[in-house]
Design a protein. Structure first.
Lengths: 486, 475
């Protein structure tokens, strides 16, 4: 019996009923990864260690964790002890961390098994996975299409059924947008819900780790394990973590869902609009009430984000200097030359572009006009959300203005075109609030995503609303035709 | 033309916390290179800083001592620049919201006191060390110091001579050591300063163009570097030229300052709030606790020493002015009751020895227990004061215990009346002429007899007993 496309819940049942052993499951999963190598989902495999751990799990009868023996893939931005971690960049192409990120460690401590590290946009900068030093990931639904980004390898590996779930990180939509483009479920938690220790920083005040899976229920299982205060990350939230499965089946009648007035959906592709209207109807049938809400500053999200994120990135990426780890250029004349050559050769174009933008935004004379102003606008956007959540429980938008696009079709001439991909996702990062993307049908044979945005720390509400939707629809059950997809 | 010097000092005080400002690595000095370094200190990808509250407590203690405003909410910022010994490519420091704001410190110079205002004091992490001359063709990096907590104290430009700058640094040294916020060890770089020096015509309101002399780490060099710079700038101005605003380095081997060829030139540090750290909030309870546990400062000690131990104002002032001396005194007091003899020794023999060798008492082989023992042995007449001085020399040399020295060298004082009388009779019998002269009125010869007795006893006879018996026998 194939394990491809199975959920965690299904695999758990198979393991518990001894239909399959953890070791067999791991072999299957690793086999699928190999079989679908052409998707380029993985940068580094963890075959030997994964099989070893799975065998050890088989020998140990007592297992209470629902993640025990479950194969997972980790975005290659989480440090993993002894396992190469590249951020899909040449500059880290030889980096083997001496420690493991808290999010991954929490999942592994719960018994899950890391089968490999997934491909991504270089340093998570991109929305198409085309900026990876290790080559683009292919969308399992149509192979000449992008999987979205930056967690494209994780999304594609789950969509192709290689693993039931994977980790991702989301700075401006990097979990939700690839989840949408690959037809799976992806959750960006509240900022601080999951520790950032060991997550290679892109933009510290926006980065947040979260799960990508086939269902909302599986996302809840992962989030349960990943979450929690970590003394090593003082920005992680010192607050109790609820059991995200506990209320996931609660009825949602009476729930108030806000539609953001300022997002003019009439401008979108008519089929994307149509999907959105259909999903609204589904929710109405389930008892939800729709309200139009105004977030007057939300249209400033993209420029705000593209001032703050590059500014933080320009500083965060300074440590990649060729001195202590990572790629170091050869034949350099002096220290300055070492910096210039190592960084020029080690970083790709998009990373360089953002370092330049960020350096400019922070420089003397421009700081007030860009970075400081952006922080002020960010506060206004956050207040808009706070205000909106006084009258609604959730907000609903399409995850992305479009479905996946063809390689090389966007952003090559004008990067801003690609930045606009994040229009609907960016604001929740700026506000630090949780949001989930769930599949809600196909547009031209490519998946479209529906985004629900929740109030601060209310991942439980998001997961509940998404789960009820999935119990009443089949979109999450659609599978790509991997043999036929061209 | 008459010129006026304006100096402002930026003092870097290394806080004496056990661990670093943002990591749990040790701050111990002198470990082999790159051993006091953890993941955070070497800036590995994915690591995050966490604040060491102890550094805040020490900074606040300093702020309280100089009557500054304490910012109970303080924010860290990143100062971005590339250098090989700066692992993250930025230094975490405080820009807009420093922990300490304002305050002042009193300096003493030639019997006069002057108040120097403090602009601010902020917490920041130190960088590592680049070593350029030990490996052929390579530079080496030692990150042991990276992340060590520093308090940077910025003075107002109110210092008007090199001597005043030295007095300021001495006052700073005294303060930070008494507050136990730093060990104040200048040779190890625990206390160092950058001097901003400018010259203007006497009476001018506007400040002249300043230069900054970086990283001066001894009182002597502060004076020399500033004086060199003053002369250099006056010469430029007298030639009708302009001083260039720049960063300079003092070379003690040549006794000159020269421009730094460095990272420091016209750099845009692109400061912005550190997104990896939340604002650090110090509670009212923490402030109260720091206030309650405030250490005793020199002035308070001075008064207490006079009241409690009957020391003279002069003695009390000298002992209380140095943290290591005051600590030593207080530790020795636990083992001896003869306070005045102890303070005499500290100010006399012991200070003379330390000055001669240019060391602090804690760097010598003297321990408070052993010195207290020496005082006790003189006090209980086991030895004479004179023997005490020779024992002291031995203590300084070898660090051996007083009783061991007395025993091994047979220095115990002879206080036995019978034994001394016998020796005195011998002296009288052997010197009949002197006895006759003495009895004839030559009183001065008394000292001769004492000397003879001491010679025969190798100085061990109790001088009081010798005096009494001699007087009797020579009647």
């Amino acid at each position: 019996m194939s394990i491809q496309f199975k959920t965690i819940v299904e695999l758990r049942a198979m393991l518990d009923s001894k239909q399959i052993s953890a070791a067999e499951l791991m072999q299957e999963s690793l086999g699928l990864a190999k079989k679908h190598e052409e998707l380029n989902c993985f940068v580094t495999m963890n075959e030997e260690q994964a099989l070893k751990k799975a065998s050890a799990i088989d020998l140990n009868e007592k297992t209470t964790s629902n993640l025990s023996g479950i194969p997972l893939a980790q975005k290659d931005l989480f440090c993993t002890e002894g396992l190469r971690t590249t951020c899909s960049s040449k500059i880290l192409s030889n980096f083997i961390p001496p420690y493991t990120a808290t999010a991954v460690k929490n999942l592994e401590d719960a018994g899950s098994v890391t089968i490999g590290k997934t491909n991504m946009d270089e340093f998570a900068m991109g929305s198409s996975n085309e900026t990876s030093f290790f080559g683009s990931v292919h969308n399992p639904w149509k192979k000449e299409y992008v999987p979205g980004g930056s967690s494209g390898g994780s999304a594609a590996a789950v969509a192709a059924g290689i693993v039931p779930a994977a980790t991702g990180t989301d700075t401006g939509g990097s979990i939700r947008q690839p989840a949408a483009h690959c037809g799976i479920t992806g959750l960006k938690p509240t900022y601080g819900r999951v520790s950032r220790w060991g997550m290679i920083a892109f933009a510290s005040s926006l980065d947040q780790a979260g799960p990508l899976a086939r269902t909302s229920e599986d996302c809840a299982i992962l989030l349960n394990a990943m979450s929690g205060f970590d003394s090593k990350d003082t920005t992680s939230l010192n607050t109790e973590v609820p059991d995200f499965l506990e209320n996931i089946n609660n009825p949602i009648n009476g729930i108030r869902i806000g539609i953001i007035k300022e997002f003019n959906l009439a401008d979108l592709d008519s089929q994307v609009q149509e999907r959105f209207e259909e999903s609204k109807k589904t929710y109405e049938k389930l008892g939800a009430r729709f309200v139009e809400v105004s977030l007057p500053n939300i249209s400033a999200s993209v420029p705000t984000y593209y001032s703050i994120a590059p500014a933080e990135c320009s500083s965060n990426l300074s440590r990649f200097d060729g001195v202590r780890f990572g790629y170091r250029a050869e034949n350099t004349d002096d220290l300055n030359d070492l910096y210039i050559k190592s960084r020029s050769e080690g970083f790709g174009d998009e990373v360089k572009r953002r370092i330049l933008i960020g350096t400019y935004a922070l420089s003397a004379g421009y700081y007030d006009a860009y970075y400081k102003k952006a922080q002020q606008v960010r506060r206004l956007i956050k207040e808009d959300f706070e205000h909106a959540f006084e009258s609604v429980d959730l907000l609903m938008t399409p995850t992305s203005p479009n479905t996946a696009f063809k390689f090389g079709s966007k952003g090559t001439q004008n990067p801003v075109e690609l930045y606009l991909e994040d229009l609907f996702t960016i604001s929740s990062n700026l506000a630090g609030i949780p949001a989930i993307s769930i599949p809600h049908g196909l547009v031209n044979s490519l998946p479209a995503g529906l985004q629900l945005i929740g109030n601060f720390l209310r991942e439980d509400q998001l997961l509940n609303a998404a789960h009820i939707f999935q119990k009443n629809s089949d979109f999450h059950l659609l599978k790509p035709d991997l043999e036929g997809s061209q | 033309m008459s010129w006026e010097t304006v100096i402002g000092l930026e003092t870097h005080v290394q806080l004496s916390t056990k661990t670093k400002l943002f990591s749990r690595a040790s701050t111990a000095f002198g470990a082999s290179p790159n051993t006091n370094v953890n993941l955070i200190d070497c800036g590995l990808p994915g690591v995050l800083p966490s604040v060491n509250k102890e550094a805040f407590y020490k900074a606040i203690r300093f702020g309280m001592a100089v009557n500054a405003t304490i910012n109970q909410t303080s924010i860290f910022d990143r100062k971005n620049y590339f250098y090989a010994d700066l692992p993250k490519g930025y230094q975490i420091t405080q820009m807009d919201l420093p922990i300490v704001l304002g305050g002042s410190i009193e300096i003493n110079l030639d019997g006069l006191t002057k108040t120097i205002n403090i602009t601010r004091a902020h917490l920041e992490e130190d960088a590592g060390k680049s070593i350029h001359d030990e490996f052929d063709g390579f530079s080496a990096i030692d990150l042991n110091r990276a992340g060590t907590p520093l308090l940077e104290i910025v003075s107002e430009p109110e210092i008007s001579s090199a001597k005043e700058a030295v007095a300021y640094m001495k006052a700073m040294h005294q303060l930070v050591t008494f507050l136990d916020v730093s060990d104040g060890n200048m040779a190890q770089g625990s206390l160092r300063c950058d001097a901003n020096v400018s010259i203007r015509k006497k009476g001018d309101q506007e400040l002249g163009t300043r230069t900054e002399i970086k990283n001066i780490n001894s009182f002597k060099f502060i004076e020399k570097a500033i004086n060199f710079e003053i002369k250099r700038q006056i010469k430029i101005l007298e030639n009708g030229e302009k001083v260039t605003q720049e960063t300079r380095l003092y070379d003690s081997s040549k006794d000159e300052t020269r421009p730094m060829r460095s990272k420091e030139f016209a750099n845009d540090y692109r400061y912005f709030p550190e997104p990896d750290l939340l604002p650090v909030v110090i509670s009212d309870e923490e402030i109260t606790k720091i206030r309650d546990e405030f250490p005793e400062l020199p002035k308070e000690k001075e008064i207490r020493y006079q009241k409690q131990f009957g020391l003279s104002a002069y003695d009390a002032q000298i002992i209380a002015s140095s943290k290591s001396m005051a600590d030593f005194f207080e530790a020795a007091l636990k083992k001896t009751k003869n306070y005045s003899l102890l303070s005499n020794w500290l100010i006399g023999e012991i200070s003379a020895y330390l000055n001669k060798n240019q060391i602090e008492i804690h760097e010598s082989k003297l321990s408070a227990d052993n010195v207290a023992m020496l005082i006790n042995r003189i006090d209980d007449q086991t030895i004479s004061g004179k023997i005490g001085k020779s024992i002291f020399e031995e203590m300084c040399e070898s660090g051996s215990s007083v009783d061991e020295i007395i025993k091994s060298q047979g220095l115990k004082q002879i206080s036995d009346d019978g034994a001394i009388e016998e020796i005195i009779l011998t002296v009288i019998n052997e010197n009949p002429d002197q006895v006759a002269a003495y009895l004839a009125g030559k009183d001065k010869l008394f000292g001769f007899f004492v000397g003879q007795v001491m010679k025969l006893t190798e100085g061990k006879a109790n001088p009081k007993t010798v005096n009494t018996i001699l007087k009797n026998k020579l009647k």
